[in-house]
Design a protein around this ligand. Structure first.
Ligand SMILES: [Zn+2]
Length: 69
């Protein structure tokens, strides 16, 4: 029984990990910066690295907040 329990926890952790990775990788291209809403064009999802970092930082904060709830 404990064996199954361990596996379930392991699976859950792995699943969470994958979800976090894919969320970042599959941001849809909208033609606008996901951080500030400026038109980006050229298939870019952010104006520049600063906007991307800002966005990722906010997403992380959001995640931390949701987890503490
Ligand atoms: Zn931007």
């Amino acid at each position: 029984m404990t064996d199954q329990c361990d596996k379930a926890q392991e699976f859950e952790a792995m699943h969470r990990d994958i979800a976090q990775h894919t969320r970042r990788a599959t941001l849809p291209y909208t033609g606008q910066c996901h951080n500030c809403g400026d038109i980006t064009g050229g298939g870019r999802r952010f104006c520049d690295a600063d906007c991307r970092d800002d966005y990722e930082k906010r997403m992380k904060l959001k995640g931390a907040h949701a987890n503490s709830n």
